[in-house]
Design a protein around this ligand. Sequence first.
Ligand code: SDX
Length: 381
Amino acid sequence: MSTATEKQFDQGLVNTIAAETQMSFIDGEKGILEYVGVDIDSLARNSTFEESTYLLWNGRLPNAAELAAFEQQLRAEYELPAGVLDMIRAVPADASPMHTVQTLVSSLSLFDAEADDDSPEANIRKAIRLVAKTPTLIAAFDRHRKGKDIVAPDANRSIASNFLWMLRGEEPTETMVRALDVCLVLHADHGFNASTFTSLVVISTLSDLYSACSAAVGALRGPLHGGANEGVMVMLNEIGDMSKVDEFMKGKLERKEKIMGFGHRVYKAYDPRATYLKTFAEGLARDTGNLPLYEMSKRIEEIMHEAVADKGIFPNVDFYSATTYWSLGLDLDLFTPMFALSRMSGWTGHCIEYLKDNKLIRPGAAYVGPHEVPYVALGDR
Ligand code: SDX
């Protein structure tokens, strides 16, 4: 048992390793990300969200039969319990989508007989339900808040295709499906980021997967984390057009304000997820008449490179996912729910991995308050 003197003060746990993992490897200096050793660029170009999730959960890529079986397991769980659909219809139309996602993820536990069964087999089944149902609850909420009929999931479609189908009720183009699938692959896992670590804190008490993932949604919502992609789009809309970019950025930098979509706790080089996403965002923006948005992003990147690249501040995954999601026609406030949809894969995988060698997460605190303070009766204060 370590004593107080042996404990290290490490605000934000910047220099702390909390556990081992075999899921994702990040080299922040070289800008490398691998899922179980497979480079993220290869996965973005060749894999699918379902295949990458299998890789993260099972420690290897599936063969054709294994992938087909896994896809079937996911598709069999696309539907929402009737009680959750009733809840969605009761959510106010102006409710925050991330508050709604957090509430609905937690509500799934009310209709799952295995909610408190923490056996590895039950946890895998719950992980499949969480990954399969999160797209359905996001799309159903968006349809509801727009006064449209909820579109039932189609078990003949991949997760990316099914999401766009349920969101719009019309056949998505192959380009749109591919673009979304790439984003889901890129966002699936990323070590012990704030939301994943949140899920580990919860699961380490031997709580359940639904509680861990709904807590993780709460952490992801923050603008310093998953909420940044929405912040990037707000910034681009605030700038308006290319002629105002330089002036806007000059002001932000002079006021030492943080630019959303830049900087990272681990990457001090270009975020490897942004590399591929940038090329994808350009093509999609061109196809959908959003090229000015992409051009503004490129100019912002040039300005930031000159100003802060020497401090190790580069674009992160959120910077070009903003243009991609906007070009896909997603509402601004659905950007972060898309991040949650994908990261459900990482959260559930890390919780199941951590439970194999569980240790309650409970760091120390450096007390800096007073001592030996007398209790003064109320009348004498
Ligand atoms: C994600 O952890 C993960 O893996 C997260 C994620 C994932 O996949 O889960 O990768 C996803 O969350 C990406 C990050 C999205 N967030 C943003 O884009 C918000 C803007 N970024 C910053 O808030 C910031 O870069 C953080 C929060 C991401 C990281 O910040 P740190 O590590 O806590 O470092 P810091 O805030 O102490 O900044 C160090 C210096 C400061 O300057 P000085 O006071 O030393 O002079 O760098 C500056 C900061 O001002 N800085 C920025 C900046 N980010 C850091 N300056 C301008 N713009 C920025 N974006």
